[in-house]
Design a protein around this ligand. Sequence first.
Ligand SMILES: [Zn+2]
Length: 333
Amino acid sequence: MSFNFIRLCQDRSIPFLTEGHKHCRPGWVQTKCPFCTGHDGWHLGHPIGGYMFWCWRCGFHPLVETIATLTGLSKSRAYDLIDDYAGIPVARFDKREKQYSDKCKLPKHTPLRRQHKRYLRDRGFHADNLAERWGLCAATRATRYAGRILIPIYLDNVLISYQGRDVTGKSDNAYKACRVGDEVISHQDSLYGIDDVPGESVLVVEGVFDAWRFGPGAVATFGIDWSWPQVNLLRRFKYIHILFDPEPAAQKKAEELAVAVQTNEHDCWLHELQDERFADPAELPQDLADSFMKHIVRFEQAQKHLCSWGRAVLLTRSAVWLAVAWLPVLFLI
Ligand SMILES: [Zn+2]
């Protein structure tokens, strides 16, 4: 049984798109979001055959509430309507169509064990702090993530996916992703850590270890291949700082991301780690990473100050290249 949202839209004259717009992607239906205000785009997406909605601007919405709002029916009538449309087979619009779950659940787990803590410590992290802040735990033997650190991924306070991180160094896959059918939405359409960003500034990094190093305020794209849904999520923030790994392929992707997120309302800065002692941002000493995050927040305050004087244009809409190693100098400016 899968819910046929397309047929419901057709029968009730709800406008929808499955292709031909920047918000469309394979396996999804787009409609106008009734939950947020602003430009009347095709922001509200529904995975074909799935049981949830997700807006590029305002995030996750449960099925019943969304159908009730879109149709103007009560929730109990919406339930009936969903029932009516759940028996109709969903047309296959795209071979790559993916089936998503209405709820994501972590595999069986325990608190981090000695080997996990040792691994994290060897990478320069305080394991107990990380586990508490990011909800890390260890998969039990009986799961396909046996022995791995489980990393839950949240979007708008909903567990949407997770990853299992190998700690032995012996596995071909350092990260084992959640199965597609077990994810609420693809983790690659989300940003790790987005719920914990405290202000209007966000630091975009590649991996979860980078995000852990910088702490709340940093979000990870799960690799250099960022996605358009991630760009839309980043536009929730006014000041977007990007710090990918130093290698040329990553820097090229970072530049493309900077171009993609930059608008009149969003200012973007591209940072580059130019200290050869560190292969990636996760290797930075904690105090330097902390200073960097403080710098970003200060920068936000400076921007606000300038805005109040009507001089923001002096600092905005241009990419500022900045080496992390020079930060102490910048603090003096
Ligand atoms: Zn919305």
